[in-house]
Design a protein around this ligand. Structure first.
Ligand code: SAM
Length: 278
């Protein structure tokens, strides 16, 4: 039987490594088994599935995934944490065959052993959005995800057009997946406690609305629109679309005086297509 890490085990492992968690790597470790089980349940992890976990840290969530019967490909940047992980999971009763550790910066990972079908992670907060988008882009086999992120970031990821917090991460995530919030998590379940609240975000991959060239053109427009979000689209998009910005927007059925925060991913794509046809 697999046991989960509690506060005492986390303290012991940290002492063993003489570990001082760093803010730079977003090292806040989960010390509460109930939170781990809540994440695993919200991810709908099934026995026999291969899951990728980004930033396994001391192994809190890794053990929860293995307890649910998953095999885990764990990508950890911190060499000492990566090296300790197989020992920890063995000591907690899990078979070593259920874990493959990749010691790397998740942003640089181009291949994933085991071909995972789901991403489940307590993401390092400072790089959560780029890392998530990197995995959605490069690993199309990943069909769903459940990530814990800073509450503000999660709300932004799941926001729709017109919302105050709607922005570039919302549109980009929507290219790949249906995104929804799946529950808040307090600060006291971490060691050390972060100074922000956390939230669970569930992603279910959908068919991409366009091809790779169109995705790149769409994302360029999204970056330009939200880079100057107070400006009308005919102005904010002119560095990308040039003098014909207003014409292109009209051809795409988009009001040139609108702002980026009112457009959904389909409308940004329509503008990208109209610009290619121009
Ligand atoms: N999963 C563990 C848990 O829930 O207790 C730890 C989560 S902690 C918020 C984030 C983890 O991501 C840390 O272990 C940190 O070392 C790792 N990390 C930070 N940046 C990373 C990166 N670019 N690539 C891979 N791992 C990273």
């Amino acid at each position: 039987m697999v046991k989960l890490l509690g506060p005492a085990e986390v303290r012991e492992l940290a002492q063993h490594l003489d570990l001082s968690p760093t803010k730079k790597l977003g090292q806040n470790f989960v010390i509460d088994g109930n939170t781990v089980r809540k994440i695993v349940a919200a991810a709908d992890v099934a026995a026999g599935e291969r899951v990728v976990e980004i930033g396994p840290g001391l192994g809190s969530l890794t053990l929860g995934l293995i307890e649910a019967g998953a095999s885990v490909t764990a990508v950890e940047i911190d060499r000492r944490l990566a090296a300790l992980l197989p020992e920890t999971i063995a000591a907690m009763g899990a078979s070593e065959g259920s874990l493959t550790v990749v010691t790397a910066d998740a942003m640089d990972v181009a291949e994933l052993p085991g071909d995972p079908v789901a991403l489940v992670a307590n993401l390092p907060y400072n790089v959560s959005v780029p890392v998530l988008l990197h995995f959605l882009e490069h690993f199309p086999r990943i069909g769903r995800g459940l990530v814990m992120v800073q509450a503000e970031v999660g709300e932004r990821l799941a926001a729709g057009p017109g919302s105050k917090v709607y922005g570039s991460p919302s549109v980009k995530a929507a290219w790949y997946a249906d995104v929804r919030l799946a529950g808040r998590v307090g600060r006291q379940v971490f060691w050390p406690a972060p100074n922000v609240d956390s939230i669970l975000v569930r992603l279910d991959r959908r068919e991409a609305p366009g091809d790779e060239t169109e995705r790149m053109a769409t994302f360029e427009l999204v970056d330009a629109a939200f880079g100057q979000r107070r400006k009308m689209l005919r102005q904010s998009l002119s560095p990308v679309l040039g003098a014909a910005a207003s014409d292109i927007l009209e051809r795409a059925g988009v009001d040139p005086t609108a702002r980026g925060e009112t457009l959904g991913v389909a409308e940004f794509l329509a503008v990208a297509r109209a610009s290619r046809a121009a």
